[in-house]
Design a protein around this ligand. Structure first.
Ligand code: SP5
Ligand code: ZN
Length: 341
């Protein structure tokens, strides 16, 4: 399988995120993608190809102009206040507060985010646009006829919605690729989000649309981040009603519970008969993941890939989460090898 990758992700290396009331070294760090790349090379998964630059227009098909403008200028606006440390928000427009974009950068930072887990640094804009280009290049390669392509994106994307960032995510790489597939002529695209956390951003972007089926298997939001979306009763809205499937699972879920949800999601995807499948590939479901509560083991990822492969759909794998850095390469590449087997 072809891997799309660029070193540009090294330009994004936040120092701290806020967890349990403490500034904690970011779990989302450059070594994650380095480990996945090393493993792809070690098992000779296939060629590694650099992305091409698609510019801002495919990003603006998914994200609002105000949000993209904010991300592009955030660091210079921050520097203009004499600050050179990472950006993190301090206030958010929750219930009954006005949804009006402030002029001040601290106000804009809260306005365009939903948590204090996604620092913006000097190199973030370059890294996130390159990550989107990795996803876009993957969909372009898939269109040439490949069965599967791996977009080794970093930073991840599935928590980012049209107009907000959070959860280590800034631009929604998977959603940008999906929209590009539709714009290139696909009639229907399915998303299977296997990251441990609910893909709230991707769900939100496509929630009222019938041309994208969104399925997600994740920690039940009653106990797990992102807490405020990902419940089983979220079925889609308007034209999108019936095209959204959430599988919230209990803390401690292992392959036996997880794979049942996967089989049901695959049944929905097969019934939808999409022109292509985009897998939001997070491997933070691993038993040793430092921030997660599922119990998948490394061989389970081979089986996951095999089951996804049985859908017989052209499939773009887009890297999302996974924080057990030692095993992230084995687990992510196992999915791709299972798919190829
Ligand atoms: C892309 C992705 O996987 N983003 C995940 C963002 C999670 N951010 C919140 C982490 C909260 C961790 N809480 C449990 C800490 C256990 N020590
Ligand atoms: Zn995750």
């Amino acid at each position: 399988m072809l891997t799309i990758y660029t070193d540009d992700h090294h330009l994004h290396h936040g120092k701290h995120e806020l967890i349990g009331g403490q500034f904690t070294p970011c779990f989302e760090k450059p070594s994650r993608a380095d480990m996945v790349l090393d493993r792809a090379k070690a098992v000779k998964l296939g060629a590694i190809q650099a992305p091409t630059d698609f510019g801002l227009s495919p990003i603006l098909r998914v994200h609002s102009e105000g949000f993209v403008n904010f991300l592009q200028n955030a660091w210079s606006d921050w520097q203009a206040k004499g600050r050179s440390h990472d950006m993190l928000p301090i206030a958010w427009p929750t219930r009954r507060l006005r949804q009006v974009e402030p002029t001040d950068i601290d106000g804009r930072l809260g306005y365009y985010s939903f948590d204090a887990g996604a620092p913006i640094t000097a190199g973030t804009w370059q890294a996130i646009t390159s990550s989107a280009n990795v996803a876009l290049s993957g969909q372009a390669e898939l269109r040439k006829g490949a069965r599967g392509i791996f977009s080794l994106c970093r930073p991840p994307g599935h928590h980012a919605a049209a107009d907000y960032m959070g959860g280590y995510c800034y631009l929604n790489n998977a959603a940008i690729a999906v929209q590009a597939m539709l714009d290139a002529g696909a009639k229907r695209v399915a998303v299977l989000d296997v990251d441990y956390h609910h893909g709230n951003g991707t769900q939100d972007i496509f929630y009222d649309r019938a041309d994208v089926l969104f399925t997600s298997i994740h920690g039940d939001p009653r106990f797990e981040y992102p807490y405020y979306l990902g419940f089983a009763d979220e079925k889609g809205l308007g034209a999108g009603a019936g095209f959204n499937f959430n599988y919230p699972l209990a803390s401690g879920s292992d392959w036996s519970a997880w794979s049942l949800a996967l089989l049901d999601a695959c049944r929905q995807i097969a019934e939808y008969a999409p022109d292509a499948l985009v897998v939001s590939l997070g491997v933070d479901t691993f038993k040793e993941d430092p921030i997660s509560q599922f119990k998948l083991d490394s061989p389970d990822y081979l089986r996951m890939g095999e089951i996804i492969g049985k859908l017989c759909l052209q499939t773009l794998f887009v890297m999302e989460g996974g924080y057990a850095v030692e095993e992230i390469g084995i687990n992510a590449i196992n999915v791709l090898q299972g798919f190829d087997s």
